[in-house]
Every structure is written in C-alpha cells, then in structure tokens.
Design a binder for this molecule. Structure first.
Ligand SMILES: O=C(O)CCC(=O)C(=O)O
Ligand SMILES: [Fe+2]
Length: 200
C-alpha cells in the first residue's frame, strides 16, 4: 500500500487525510457484518469513564461500547487488521513517523444521542499514540443518523465534519488533532487503530 502525494501533504500540513473505498465494497461489507455480529453477540462493553466511590459509569464524555480486536478474532476483521498494518508501514516510510505496534478497537455508538466529547488521543511529548486511523462500517448512513466525526485542525479555519460512511478511512496525528463524535441517532460502527512509536 502506498500513500498518494496528496495524502502525505495533507497529513503534514493539516494533520489528517481521508481515503474512501479503503477495502472495496465486498470486503467492507464482510467486515461490517463481522463487526455487527460482535455487537449482536453482546461482547462489547461500555467505554464510559468510571467516577466516584461506587465507580459508576459516566457516559457523558463518551457513550460508545467497545471491544479490543486481535488478529485471528475473525477472518474479515483480520483482513482489516492487515490493511491497518500496511497503512502503518506506508505512513512510516512516506511521512517518516517511525510507527511500531498498534492496537485495534471496535466501537459501537448505540444511537440515542451517544457521543464522544472533544479530545485528543495523545498528548505532545509523551511516547504514546502517534497516529490514529479510523475505518467506518456504516452502510446506508444518512445525515439524520448523526454521529459525524468533527475534526478541529490546528490551522485557523472551520472544523471539518466527516460522515462515518462505509469504507471511509480517516487518518490523523494523535498528538495534533482534537476531535469529537457528534450525537449519534443510529447504531454507529467504527474500527480504530492506534499506532505507537517504535520502542513503545
Ligand atoms: O469513531 C470516531 O469517529 C472517533 C472515536 C474517538 O475519537 C476515539 O475513540 O478516540
Ligand atoms: Fe479519539
């Protein structure tokens, strides 16, 4: 897998790029079915933050349910996992990021206004997450479904809203880009890879 010149340029100057048709439709639908099967099997857990003496779950910051995905979990999910690995290699060589291992997470926002407040995936100077790659699995998404990813690039200008449509990939520098998930009104599925620096 290679990055286009436009993707390398966008990552350097704006901190992100988008790529549609990352897997191609037949493969994308297979991954979507596999992800939905995990959700329907009831294996995802609420990702909200535990607070207070009783450790009750606060879903006001993030309302998704998650599962960490390992290669071998399922053939279709493994295909996506390999594409993420190739993406990490391509970004490393094209953008000199020196990426090493990565984790993959399946996240489902159940609708009902579930969202994720504005945040960064990593903080500058800490040797943790360097690159975030999110792949969306929402066949038939329409604007009333909500759940747009809102990016807040550092350069002045308006935020950028990304519709979480099937087979769309968004890639950004984890330390640089603040982002949020706007309220979701339908089941919203995403698989995210977080890449760490070498040696991390
Ligand atoms: O699913 C998305 O579009 C973004 C989710 C997110 O920001 C996160 O899990 O850190
Ligand atoms: Fe995030």
């Amino acid at each position: 897998m290679d990055l286009t010149d436009a993707e390398v340029e966008a990552l350097g100057s704006h901190g992100y790029f988008l790529r549609d048709a990352f897997l191609g439709e037949p493969q994308a639908l297979a991954v979507r079915d596999a992800a939905l099967a995990r959700v329907e099997a009831g294996v995802l857990r609420p990702a909200g933050i535990r607070r207070g003496a009783d450790h009750s779950l606060d879903t006001s910051v993030r309302g998704d349910h998650i599962e960490w995905v390992l290669p071998g979990a399922d053939p279709a999910l493994e295909t996506l996992w390999h594409h993420f690995r190739e993406l990490g290699d391509a970004v490393s060589s094209a953008a000199y990021l020196g990426l090493g291992r990565f984790d993959v997470q399946l996240a489902c926002y159940p609708g009902g206004g579930a969202h994720y407040a504005r945040h960064r995936d990593a903080f500058p100077g800490q040797s943790n997450r360097r690159l975030t790659a999110i792949w969306y699995a929402n066949a038939g998404w329409t604007p009333p479904d909500g759940g747009m990813l809102r990016l807040h690039p550092e350069d002045p200008g308006d935020p950028v809203d990304v519709a979480p449509v099937l087979d769309r990939l968004v890639v950004f520098l984890s330390e640089r880009l603040e982002h949020e998930v706007l309220p979701s009104h339908a089941t919203r599925l995403a698989l995210t890879a977080w890449f760490y620096g070498r040696g991390a």
